[in-house]
Design a protein around this ligand. Structure first.
Ligand SMILES: Cc1cc2nc3c(=O)[nH]c(=O)nc-3n(C[C@H](O)[C@H](O)[C@H](O)COP(=O)(O)OP(=O)(O)OC[C@H]3O[C@@H](n4cnc5c(N)ncnc54)[C@H](O)[C@@H]3O)c2cc1C
Length: 628
């Protein structure tokens, strides 16, 4: 028999299991015996023969083996065969012993186990690097969100501090407790400050490039960021709910370029609207949006603010031509150039206005400006009831009188102004309308006459208009002092809650009347004040900590009423933290899901002012708005 004819066994050796037909078919046991070359006794051989025949095995060719064990005189190829099969058998036995050892010795199993786990972890890690298939839906439901993957741990923030120092210099990073608290909330915000929610540090960049570099660090390290301009917003807008850092724009306060001929101006985000108007006035120009004293362009874009001039001039959305924005990963974009109109592409400018710092950081804005009116004047008239005052507004707006502003202050608000004593005049403590007129001298005179007539038809009890610049300032100052005068009445430990809603103007009288009634029943001190020409009014409530739930109910009913009247949860202050759960009631779940998708498209890690405007994580039970 040739060796080539022996089939391959384990380890590449030729196997005896399927021995060639010409070779004797030896049972394994006997092969092993032969391989050990021990001489079997006669008794053993006999017993084996017996057992083999009992098992039906073929009888082995004894003569060959026996001879071989003494002096093997078999042909060479038989000896060769024996040798090979014996080697195979030994190999098998060695493997069997190995397996038995592995199973019985747990230590030996640790190696492969560790290897399996390690390869599993490695596989998982690399699997994570492979991006998921992009979602095929158009919206993101709240229940489909994952908690933002932030890292606001101290070691990460301390390491990032070194990066920030290299970008803005050590003097422009603040970590004093007072400054951290001032950048976390305010006494005029409806969201009381939470001592546990403060930023690690306040970073003050001086340019768009520095803001971009800071955002690159935060993106790389997954650090949440809260932008801050004037800090006058009212609904917990800049509360650093996720810790991280605050970017304060106060060093970016330059008016970069005034294009007087084109009626536009390029500014940095920390330019205040009051300062801007002082500069513009030198060129007989004017920028109309007038929110809270101290507000700055970055924050005004952030909230999409308006103010007393909105009735005539519109809101912030109407006065921004273009924005330079730093996105969450540090990318710098400019939304468009300077023309007054453009149909080029999506309107990203408007998308960022009112986004409350959740989509990008405004580092430059090109604003429209207009020519200052030749003359302005102010008139004030008191009414018996809020309904009479609201009806007067309805009539003036309906008559199309081009007045600049119509503001309402109720009897409680007028009493607060008297008590605060901040104006030299003592006011009638009754629902009062403040009118601002703007235009040529003759048109202003004409408007004043028209309004006086309409006010009288609505039951006004008094009507006085400013005859001098000083009187005008005096009359209008009462309106501007509204919030501070209510706050001045607060007792030790009391908070102020300023909130706003807007309704179609025909529903104004109903909602103001119902809200006033509600405040009266609640037992809280609360006033009504607002830009009623736009159907927008505010309620200013004082409450102590034990009355918080009462204040919440008053605000809840006011917002619910407004939405049920086809109005909005906020006319100008914005959503912030406080009004997020009203959005689905006002706009529908699907619309909010679309907003959430937009947020996650621009800021997938949810680094920018996380938790404002739309929720990006399921709330706890206690956080949700109560029964609708
Ligand atoms: C007495 C008083 C009266 C008010 N009257 C009115 C009023 O009549 N009309 C009105 O609309 N509002 C009014 N407000 C509210 C407030 O003045 C406005 O919301 C104003 O627009 C906020 O500007 P700010 O600079 O103070 O912004 P901040 O409070 O600093 O920020 C507002 C929001 O914008 C974000 N933000 C800040 N800077 C940037 C930036 N550079 N890029 C991106 N996001 C940024 C913040 O994170 C925050 O979410 C009043 C407030 C007070 C206290």
């Amino acid at each position: 028999m040739s060796l080539r004819a022996v089939p391959r066994g384990p380890l590449g050796l030729r196997s005896s299991c399927t021995a060639p037909r010409s070779a004797p078919a030896f049972p394994r046991r006997n092969i092993a015996q032969s391989s050990r070359r021990s001489k079997p006794t006669n008794t053993t051989n006999k017993a084996q023969d017996k057992a083999a025949s009992a098992n039906g095995e073929r009888k082995k060719p004894k003569d060959y083996l026996d001879k071989g064990s003494e002096r093997d005189e078999r042909p060479f190829h038989f000896q060769m065969w024996d040798s090979v099969t014996a080697r195979v058998q030994r190999e098998r036995e060695r493997q069997d012993r190995m397996v038995t050892k592995m199973i019985s010795n747990p230590r030996r199993r640790v190696g492969p186990l560790v290897l399996t786990i390690l390869s599993g972890i490695t596989g998982y890690y690399f699997g994570q690097l492979i991006p998921d298939d992009p979602p095929t839906t158009s919206t993101t439901k709240l229940e489909d969100t994952n908690p933002p993957p932030h890292d606001a741990s101290r070691p990460t923030l301390e390491a990032a501090w070194v990066d920030f120092r290299d970008i803005v210099g050590q003097d422009n990073i603040s970590m004093t407790r007072a400054e951290l608290e001032a950048h976390s909330g305010s006494s005029w915000s409806s969201h009381p400050s939470n001592p546990e929610q403060i930023p690690f540090c306040v970073v003050k960049p001086a340019s768009t490039e520095e803001v971009s570099a800071i955002m690159k660090v935060c993106h790389e390290r997954r650090i949440p960021v809260t932008p801050y301009s004037g800090g006058t917003s009212l609904e917990g807008h800049f509360a650093p709910t996720r810790g991280g850092i605050c970017i304060d724009f106060s060093r970016m306060d330059k008016i970069l370029k005034l294009h007087a001929d084109d009626l536009d101006v390029v500014v940095q985000p920390a330019v205040g609207w009051e300062h801007l108007n002082e500069v513009l006035a030198q060129q007989n120009l004017f920028f109309p949006p007038d929110p809270g004293p101290g507000a700055q362009i970055g924050g005004m874009v952030g909230t999409g603010c308006s103010g007393t001039n909105a009735y005539r001039y519109g809101t912030m959305k109407d006065w921004v031509l273009s924005l330079t924005v730093v996105l969450a990963d540090g990318t710098i974009i400019k939304t468009r150039q300077r023309p007054r109109k453009s149909s080029a592409g999506y309107d990203l400018t408007r998308m960022f206005i009112g986004s409350e710092g959740t989509l990008g950081l405004i580092t430059e804005a090109t604003l429209k400006v207009t020519v200052k009116p030749q003359t302005t004047s102010v008139a004030v008239c008191a009414f018996k009831s809020v309904r009479d005052a609201a009806n007067c507004v309805f009539k003036v707006v309906g008559a199309g009188v081009p007045i600049a502003a119509i503001e309402i202050l109720d009897d409680v608000q007028m009493a607060c102004i008297n008590d605060a004593g901040t104006t030299s005049k003592r006011w009638e403590e009754a629902p009062t309308l403040f009118f601002k007129f703007a235009g040529t001298p003759s048109s202003v005179t004409e408007q004043v006459a028209q309004v006086q007539k309409l006010a009288s038809k609505s039951g006004s009890q008094s009507f006085e208009f400013a005859k001098s610049e000083q009187e005008k300032e005096e009359l209008w100052s009462a309106r501007k002092e509204a919030l501070w005068s209510v706050m001045a009445k607060s007792k030790e430990g009391e908070h102020v809650w300023t909130t706003d809603v807007a309704v179609p103007i025909s529903r104004l009288a109903d909602i103001i009347e119902e809200t006033k009634e509600n405040i009266k029943k609640s037992g809280l001190t609360g006033s009504i004040v607002g830009h009623v020409g736009d159907g927008n009014f505010h309620s200013v409530l004082l409450y102590n900590p034990s009355q918080k739930s009462i204040a919440e109910r008053v605000v809840h009913r006011m917002v619910k009423r407004a939405i049920e009247m086809e109005g909005t949860a906020t006319g100008e202050h914005g959503i912030g933290l406080v009004k997020r759960d009203y959005l689905p009631h006002e706009l529908g779940e699907e619309t909010v899901d679309a907003m959430r998708r937009l947020k996650l498209a621009f800021d997938p890690l949810c680094l920018l002012n996380c938790d404002k405007v739309v929720r990006v994580q399921m709330p706890g039970k206690r956080e949700r708005v109560g029964e609708w």
